[in-house]
Ligand binder design. Structure first.
Ligand SMILES: Nc1ncnc2c1ncn2[C@@H]1O[C@H](COP(=O)(O)OP(=O)(O)OP(=O)(O)O)[C@@H](O)[C@H]1O
Ligand SMILES: [Mg+2]
Length: 269
């Protein structure tokens, strides 16, 4: 596996006044392999959100290198960062960040409208992709509900669908289950695991809860702006159930072929 993220000596400081500098990240280095599922933990103020914003190309580090898919992104302009973000990354926030009087469909279509090349995505194509994304998070029956008419867990699933609609190869989420009960949190973990296992999407999220972090394969721990621990999860909690459709079938010429999940779902539909 190759590293999709290579972070080297990332520093982020905020100059509040002449004699007050906040050192949010003090030289953080790590790699993340393509297709991994990673939790970032650590106490409040330890720099988790700052790190996620850098990883998500929402912000630039003060110094250090951030190689994303082999490209140095630490020094890109705002416009270039936005392009990278659009192409590669889906970002999910703790507070969902949906428009409240707007339907699930419209919320999910938004990134396609705002995409720099948005003009090339027709309204019918936008609708089709939004429906697909919402169906993929189990909300095919809530397409026309407004955000205010959805539960917290459902709103977060809309936010995940919105993050998916540009077909990113990476999902980043800052405390995605922070406002959710344990049942809804497990649903979100099942979605992350499915995206990770079925589509190989790299998933990185922040959590304060050890039970939620246990759903990943790797935990990075932050303390006071530094990475203090990098742990492989020994007994990953797997809540995603693979559909029982992968099977060996005997064809007429008696040779064996494997039916892919996609083909089988078509056949079973
Ligand atoms: N825009 C900013 N301007 C100034 N200081 C900031 C800014 N953003 C974050 N900080 C400071 O940087 C440090 C790290 O903040 P950060 O939000 O990354 O912490 P966190 O680990 O995400 O905490 P929490 O668990 O509470 O969300 C904190 O001391 C915070 O006050
Ligand atoms: Mg935070």
């Amino acid at each position: 596996m190759s590293s999709v993220i290579e972070v080297t000596e990332i520093v982020k400081t905020y100059q509040m006044s002449e004699d007050n500098t906040v050192r949010a990240l003090r030289g953080v280095s790590f790699n993340i392999e393509e297709g991994d599922l990673v939790a970032i933990m650590g106490p409040s103020g330890s720099g988790k959100s700052t790190l996620m914003n850098v990883l998500g190309c929402l912000d630039r580090p003060t110094s250090g290198s951030y190689m994303l898919g082999g490209q140095e992104v630490a020094t890109l302009s705002d416009q270039e960062l936005a392009t990278v973000r659009n192409r590669r990354i889906g970002f999910v926030f703790q507070s969902f960040n949906l428009l409240s009087r707007t339907t699930a469909l419209e919320n999910v279509e938004l990134p396609l409208l705002y995409a720099r090349n948005g003009a090339s995505v027709s309204s019918s194509e936008r609708r089709k992709r939004a429906v697909e994304a919402l169906e993929s998070v189990g909300l095919g029956d809530r397409l026309r509900h407004k955000s205010s008419q959805l539960s917290g867990g459902q709103q977060q699933r809309v936010a995940i669908a919105r993050a998916l609609v540009n077909h990113p190869n990476m999902i980043l989420a800052d405390e995605p289950t922070g406002n959710l009960d344990s049942v809804s949190s497990a649903e979100i973990m099942a979605i992350f695991q499915r995206l990770n296992i079925e589509q190989g999407i790299t998933v990185i999220f922040v959590t304060h809860e050890p039970d939620i972090a246990a759903h990943t394969r790797r935990i990075l721990r932050m303390f006071d702006g530094t990475l203090v621990e990098d742990e492989r999860v020994a007994n990953q909690v797997v809540v995603y159930k693979a559909p029982q459709v992968e099977q060996q079938v005997t064809t007429q010429d008696t040779s064996q072929e494997t039916v892919s999940i996609g083909q089988a779902q078509e056949v079973l539909a």
